[in-house]
Design a protein. Structure first.
Ligand SMILES: NC(=O)c1ccc[n+]([C@@H]2O[C@H](COP(=O)([O-])OP(=O)(O)OC[C@H]3O[C@@H](n4cnc5c(N)ncnc54)[C@H](O)[C@@H]3O)[C@@H](O)[C@H]2O)c1
Length: 325
């Protein structure tokens, strides 16, 4: 019997590349949906599937329950597993497969796009020019260089390390905190080790968040932590919106305590039209596109597919996040 597979990720589906040929060469019945799907939408679909090829869809306990006994594996297209109830999947012996190491360079490049967008006021100037206003004379914005500034990286994992490599190229000083700090990498790339998140907050002109979301990191950047930061600090978030207390960030942008917030992610995606960060001063938000390049999508989709194909054929080349394989 051919396998029945639910494919929800849109960048996988919409981007041409070798992954499309690999997918089409499988003898699978593929049901396509346009994710990320809410729990309600997932519950409507869940049931007779052997594999989920999913993005940031809500794969809750109820969704997994409804998908059993047929569901054999969840193959996440990406690395962040915060929308999947991994503990429940583990309890039910369902492997959660994922794709670390495929999009770190792309997300790091995006991080610098946001940073330069803020420091040179590129977004508002470009929008004005596009709208026919050639901002001239004394009204031209005056920005800041990033050379010589200190970037503080919270989470020196795959993406954090790529950010450090690029920060060096820009002539920045680098400090970082990670509970599993890679001393060898830090030595090689001139990253100063901090023993706590607070040490980073105190010492950085730019703070870039690259840790995953869990109970410990949710709202890690809140009013109290913002108060510890340097005046006019720039905060970058290409990880997860929930790492930052949105209201506290909006207040800090308004008061000028935070001199810029560049985020690829929000605590609600898509956000409500009246979300406090939309239209906030010195705030650039992109719609979770940090990992979306033709290069990265192909790598990620192929890894996600290989995980599923290899799992089904018993091949050991599978990246499993919950220790079942
Ligand atoms: N914007 C996007 O499109 C996009 C794409 C890929 C990943 N992401 C996000 O970026 C995150 C990081 O990805 P990665 O590939 O670098 O993951 P990774 O697992 O390689 O790195 C995460 C690092 O965070 C560290 N960490 C954990 N708790 C911490 C804490 N309290 N303080 C400081 N560091 C802490 C971990 O030790 C680890 O080294 C993902 O979890 C995901 O949420 C976003």
């Amino acid at each position: 019997m051919s396998k029945r597979v639910l494919l929800t990720t849109t960048s996988f589906q919409d981007t041409p590349g070798t992954h499309q040929e690999l997918l089409n060469s499988q003898n699978w019945e593929i049901v396509r949906a346009r994710g990320p799907l809410s729990e309600t939408e997932m519950l409507e679909l869940a049931g007779e599937f052997d594999i989920f090829l999913c993005g940031d869809d809500a794969i809750t306990q109820a969704v997994i329950d409804k998908s059993l006994p047929r569901l054999q594996a969840i193959s996440k297209y990406g690395i962040g597993l915060d929308k999947i109830n991994v503990d429940f999947a583990t309890e039910k012996n369902i492997p959660v497969l994922f794709t670390p190491g495929v999009n770190h360079t792309t997300v790091a490049e995006h991080t610098f796009g946001l940073l330069l967008g803020i420091t040179k006021d590129i977004q508002s100037n470009a929008v004005a020019v596009q709208n026919g206003e050639w901002v001239a004379g004394w009204r031209k914005p005056i920005g800041n260089e990033i050379m010589g500034k200190t970037i503080g990286i919270l989470g020196l994992g795959r993406i954090g390390k790529e950010v450090a490599i690029r920060a060096n190229a820009f002539g920045m000083k680098i400090i970082a905190f990670d509970p599993y700090f890679d001393d060898a990498f830090a030595e090689e790339h001139g990253v100063k080790k901090c023993c706590s998140m607070d040490e980073v907050l105190l010492g950085a002109d730019v703070i870039s968040l690259h840790c995953f979301l869990n109970d410990e990191t949710e709202n890690m950047i809140n009013a109290e932590k913002i108060a510890e930061m340097r005046n006019g600090v720039i905060v970058l978030n290409c990880a997860r919106g929930e790492l930052v207390d949105t209201n506290a960030m909006a207040e800090a942008l308004k008061s000028g305590k935070v001199g810029g917030y560049g985020a690829d992610v929000l605590d609600a995606e898509p956000p409500a039209p009246n979300h406090v960060l939309i239209g906030a001063p010195k705030c650039i938000i992109t719609s979770h596109i940090g990992s979306r390049t033709h290069e990265s999508v192909q790598r990620q989709a192929n890894r996600c597919l290989h995980n599923a194909i290899n799992f089904l054929s018993g091949d050991a080349d599978v990246l499993c996040a919950n220790g079942i394989l």
